[in-house]
Write a protein that binds this ligand. Structure first.
Ligand SMILES: Nc1nc2c(c(=O)[nH]1)N[C@H]1C(S)=C(S)[C@@H](COP(=O)(O)OP(=O)(O)OC[C@H]3O[C@@H](n4cnc5c(=O)[nH]c(N)nc54)[C@H](O)[C@@H]3O)O[C@H]1N2
Ligand SMILES: Nc1nc2c(c(=O)[nH]1)N[C@H]1C(S)=C(S)[C@@H](COP(=O)(O)OP(=O)(O)OC[C@H]3O[C@@H](n4cnc5c(=O)[nH]c(N)nc54)[C@H](O)[C@@H]3O)O[C@H]1N2
Ligand code: SF4
Ligand SMILES: [Mo]
Length: 678
């Protein structure tokens, strides 16, 4: 059976290298690519399920037009004519910015950038700024260290202490658990900080379960302890850090008792954490994305990052801050998946007017011109963005909705026209990662179904019909079959990285550092690590020093007495957000979202295990089956995101709010109540 190198392009921390066996025009089996040292251990169930997913009967394999509320197949000519008619009318009547272009994280690849190139040639559009995923943490790291990079994944094995802080890799980055296991086998210790007792905490030596959104208080108190115990690295601070004196003053008031009161943790637990941080070197702090989904989480992340900084743990083997590794993002403004970061500047052509976190409300608020049509690709905003009802309302106001999709998602179901999307096996592209340092080829290994066209081809055909200047098309777009030439142009600056080499296996990104910041160069304004950041004030109106603030919405917020529980909506093992859940291989594992609640919180509400309960707040309600879990912090309930509207989509209950920096989404600033279902 012919075997091909490829890679999993999902928005998943692992970004696995793969080898696929192809026979009779179909992918028959999938294995890990052994040359990817970060992910060589194995492919997760989602990865294995591509064999099924590629040929699933639920796949959309031709354009679909909604007529009288139902989808009917149409041919490509009809579909493209309809789009061109509306685009031409909209451009003449209200201007190109009445078209809303929405893209999200469905797949990685350089060819994704062709979308925005097309809308520029069209004359402009309106698009989003910010991102649902990780920007508060990215910005906190950039302000402090000057860049987002970290040690190679396998370097974790050299740590003597690992801290998973608001990260749950046993579900969201399974391969990190292999590297952790090797560190533990060599005697390392593991601390987990998470309001839930997650699968990642199974081997932890210490688990701290703070009240959600209060981690900054914990970090400030830990810093105070380390200062008092003289366990900070004065030589490192003197040579490389700006603002330590001011920070030391700031943490003075953060006694163990004060932090204990804010976080709800026992002071002795905080002390034990400080013992480990103070005595075990090198240590690696691995903060997760879940923790930075709060209104003040940029500042929280800065407070966490101060811990490895004051202990001199930046730039060492086995040490550091392992948030996001952008060493593979070498392709300029098409550096997917990050073309939003920094957010594109308004330039008179593209109106960057809609905050991703406030998608529905901001879409509705656009004026001069108001939005009339939307083009959605690689995203499923109706269940995945905050405030689902507002997002639905905004989409329903439009005259034309085009959604490019592999499956009939909740967003596709709202469309007037659905265009079929290629899958990972059907078009060649180059993908980066945000954890390991490899560039990988996502290779075309089979032909798409006859009526499926990759997005780049659809844009080419539309541009032809709209009469776009040929020279501009040749320059900015990709003609059918032109992918290889496009990718070779992109790779031209790095002669050592060729498509041929990538076809053999993963290739380290140019200049990739196994130990990040080993040269102790920090591209901040001062050239030093900035605990004190003027830019935090200038850019985001935040304090120069990291500090603690209560979440905008939390139990106890004024007016929210009726909603005493904190709702967390983390990612879950057998889905990538709203993807994979319906496949035969995976559906039985988690057919419905469960509501996890502490037994005591259930008991006082008269809720018995396995029954259904109503989860609600002023914005919405869900009926969910209950799972009692003594491992979740009392006062906190948890429901995974990624389920569809008919299964139970958590963003029916969330508010559209931005994080304090980076224009992220504060998904976890939401209070709820639970009651036994009638
Ligand atoms: N299987 C699977 N893997 C994925 C994804 C997926 O959907 N499914 N998605 C990918 C993407 S896009 C992302 S962004 C990453 C995210 O993966 P992670 O970084 O692991 O983030 P989350 O799952 O959002 O949340 C991690 C943990 O943060 C905890 N948490 C929430 N609030 C707080 C808090 O206030 N303090 C502390 N200390 N902890 C808190 C949650 O309980 C949760 O266990 O996963 C990637 N990998
Ligand atoms: N409440 C709550 N909500 C959350 C989160 C949370 O923690 N809590 N996490 C947030 C996070 S971290 C993220 S990253 C977002 C993710 O939000 P989205 O990026 O919207 O995530 P997906 O659900 O993966 O939707 C991607 C869609 O792209 C489609 N797709 C895949 N490949 C292709 C392709 O090649 N072409 C086209 N056209 N389509 C393709 C898939 O079928 C899928 O429907 O969700 C966010 N939502
Ligand atoms: S979903 Fe994540 S863990 Fe699974 S194969 Fe893809 S990259 Fe690897
Ligand atoms: Mo994400």
């Amino acid at each position: 059976m012919p075997v091909f190198t490829t890679a999993c392009p999902r928005n998943c921390t692992s970004t696995c290298g793969l080898r696929v066996n192809v026979e009779g025009g179909r992918v028959r089996s999938i294995e890990p690519h052994p040359a990817n040292l970060a992910t060589g251990q194995g492919v997760c169930l989602k990865g294995l399920s591509y064999v099924e997913r590629a040929v699933s009967p639920r796949r959309i394999t031709r354009p679909l037009l909604k007529q009288d509320g139902a989808f009917v197949p149409v041919d490509w000519d009809r579909a493209l004519d309809l789009i061109c008619e509306e685009l031409t009318r909209l451009k003449a009547q209200e201007g190109p910015q009445a078209l809303f272009y929405y893209q999200a994280s469905g797949t990685k690849g350089l060819l994704n950038g062709v979308g925005m190139a097309f809308w520029r040639l069209f004359g402009g559009c309106t698009t989003t700024y910010g991102d649902l995923c990780w920007p508060a943490g990215l910005e906190a790291t950039r302000l402090t260290l000057g860049d987002n990079k970290h040690n190679a994944p396998w370097d974790l094995e050299r740590a003597r202490l690992v801290v998973f802080w608001g990260k749950n890799p046993a579900e969201t980055n399974v391969h990190q658990m292999d590297h952790l296991a090797r560190a533990l086998d060599r005697g390392a210790r593991l601390v987990v900080v998470d309001p839930r007792r997650t699968e990642s905490a199974e081997r932890a030596h210490l688990l701290l379960q703070p009240r959600p959104g209060t981690d900054a208080a914990l970090a400030l108190a830990l810093a105070r302890e380390l200062v008092l115990r003289e366990q900070v690295d004065h030589a490192f601070l003197a040579a490389h850090v700006q603002g330590f004196e001011a920070y030391r003053e700031r943490v003075e008031s953060w006694t163990l008792d004060r932090a204990a009161e804010v976080t709800g943790l026992a002071p002795e637990l905080i002390q034990r954490f400080a013992d480990l941080l103070g005595s075990l070197r090198p240590f690696t702090l691995v903060p997760g994305f879940g923790m930075q989904r709060y209104t003040h989480s940029g500042q929280t992340m800065r407070a966490l990052l101060a811990l490895p900084v004051i202990c001199g743990q930046i730039g060492l083997p086995g040490g550091g801050w392992s948030y996001a590794n952008l060493q593979t993002q070498v392709f300029g403004h098409l550096k997917d998946p990050l073309d939003f970061y920094p957010p594109p500047r308004p330039d008179g052509v593209v109106r960057v007017g809609v905050s991703t976190a406030r998608l529905g409300a901001d879409m509705l608020a656009q004026e001069d011109p108001p939005l009339r049509a939307a083009w959605v690709e690689r995203g499923n905003p109706i269940p995945q963005n905050p405030a689902t009802p507002k997002v639905l309302e905004a989409f329903r106001r439009l005259r034309l909705r085009v959604v490019v999709e592999e499956f009939l998602t909740d967003t596709a179901a709202e469309a007037d026209l659905v265009l079929p999307a290629k899958n990972l096996f059907e078009q060649t592209d180059v993908i980066g990662a945000y954890w390991h340092p490899y560039l990988q080829l996502r290779q075309k290994v089979v032909a798409p179904p006859p009526l499926v066209k990759p997005e780049s081809e659809v844009y080419w055909l539309l541009a032809e019909r709209l009469g776009v200047d040929r020279e501009a098309m040749e320059r900015d777009l990709v003609p059918p079959g032109g992918e290889e030439a496009f990718l070779r142009r992109k790779l031209a600056p790095w002669p050592e990285i060729t498509l041929e080499r990538l076809a053999e296996g993963p290739v380290l990104a140019p200049g990739a550092e196994e130990v990040a910041f080993a040269d102790r160069r920090f591209p901040t304004p001062s050239g030093r690590i900035e605990l004190w950041s003027d830019e935090a004030r200038r850019r985001w109106g935040q304090e120069e020093l990291p500090g603690f603030r209560e979440s905008e919405e939390g139990p106890g917020s004024p007016g929210l007495e009726a909603y005493p529980l904190h709702l967390l909506t983390p990612n879950t093992k057998n889905r990538i957000h709203s993807q994979f859940g319906f496949l035969d291989l995976l559906r039985p594992l988690e057919p419905r979202p469960l509501l996890t609640i502490h037994p005591e919180d259930a008991r006082i509400r008269g809720i018995r295990p396995g029954t259904r309960a109503r989860l609600f707040n002023g914005r919405g309600a869900l009926l969910l089956t209950v799972r009692l879990d003594p491992g979740i912090r009392p006062g906190v309930v948890s429901v995974p995101n990624g389920f569809w509207l008919d299964e139970g989509a958590v963003n029916l209950l969330s508010e559209g709010r931005e994080t304090d920096m980076g224009h992220g989404a504060a998904f976890h600033d939401n209070c709820v109540q639970v009651e036994a279902a009638p």
